[in-house]
Design a protein around this ligand. Structure first.
Ligand code: HSE
Length: 306
């Protein structure tokens, strides 16, 4: 096998109370990439569609993660990468993570899988760091492992796979605004009050327990963010209104997807998810901001061959 095509999924990081450690994987939106073995050594980005991204390997997220992996190997051949980008950079649903993961996953497949998913995540962190100016893996891990993941630590990297209740759907609205992760991180305080920390870790522990036990009521009571949302929600127009409307429509909870501007909800069942989609659309239709809405089951497989 010398060439493969892969689907690299969008992901939701943070999941309200799990800032920088928790994420889950979507199945209805993602990038496609073609990875090809070639005689010429090195990593060569030869085609990009969808968004204007750099062809220079060292300046491209997919290129940087691919190089991190390539440099650990002593190969007498190289790889070409074609990128068909569907996830808009800066949309808050793991655009850079999908790029970073796609190249290393594809190369690993062509090499007959010398690396496990944790090692692939470590290479992909290098690409993610180019985009967000910090090494975090809360989008990368769900894109590679699928389902819900908890990044227990980045150094050394330890990823825990958390079960996904069967009837859980995500509905994501993506207002067509750009929020740079680096800027959304810069507005966060360095310290947090003890009372907020206590609320946050109580909710986070509860969310993990709820996912293990498929306890939808507990998911609902755990999906709150006392730490980051108060600062970042100011960057998203109509955020409070949107949140109120989706909860009224039956969502278990809602929060900022990654660093925004996308907003995610988790819902029990497809019917509720469709009602929530309608509620989201009715809020943003009243504004002059363009938007997309995605309804997705939790993707338990992650990045895959197509
Ligand atoms: N955890 C990161 C953040 C995800 O919220 O800054 C960014 O994609």
């Amino acid at each position: 096998m010398n060439e493969i095509r892969i689907f690299s999924p969008a992901t939701v990081a943070n999941v309200s109370c799990g800032f920088d450690v928790m994420g889950f994987c979507l199945d209805s939106v993602g990038d496609e990439m073609v990875i090809r073995k070639v005689g010429k050594k090195g990593i060569h980005i030869v085609h990009i569609e969808g968004f204007d991204l750099p062809y220079d390997t060292e300046s491209n997220v997919a290129g940087v993660s691919a190089l991190a992996m390539y440099r650990t190997l002593d190969l007498d051949f190289g790889f070409e990468i074609e990128i068909y980008k569907n996830i808009k950079p800066g949309s808050g649903i793991g655009s850079s993570a999908a790029s970073a993961v796609g190249s290393v996953f594809g190369m690993n497949e062509l090499l007959n899988r010398p690396f496990n998913k944790t090692q692939l995540t470590e290479f992909a962190i290098k690409g993610e760091a180019l985009a967000s100016k910090c090494e975090h893996a809360d989008n990368l891990a769900p894109a590679l492992f699928g389902g819900f993941t908890l990044v227990k630590s980045v150094s050394p990297l330890q990823v825990l796979e958390i079960p996904s209740p069967n009837d859980l759907y995500a509905v994501i609205i993506h207002p067509q605004l750009e929020i740079k992760t680096s800027e959304a991180r810069a507005i966060l305080p360095k310290d947090i009050p003890m009372a907020n920390a206590i609320t946050q870790w109580a909710n986070f522990g509860s969310l993990i327990h709820a996912l293990h036990t498929s306890d939808y009521d507990l998911i609902k009571s755990a999906l709150h963010d006392a730490v980051v949302e108060p600062f970042r929600s100011q960057l998203i127009p109509h955020y409070n209104e949107l949140k109120e409307a989706v909860i009224k429509a039956g969502a278990l909870g809602a929060g900022i997807s990654g660093s925004g501007p996308s907003v995610f909800t988790l819902c029990k069942g497809h019917e509720v998810a469709q009602q929530v989609k309608g509620a989201m659309a009715s809020i943003y239709s009243e504004t002059d901001i363009d938007f997309d809405i995605h309804v997705s089951k939790i993707n338990t497989q992650g990045v895959k061959l197509i």
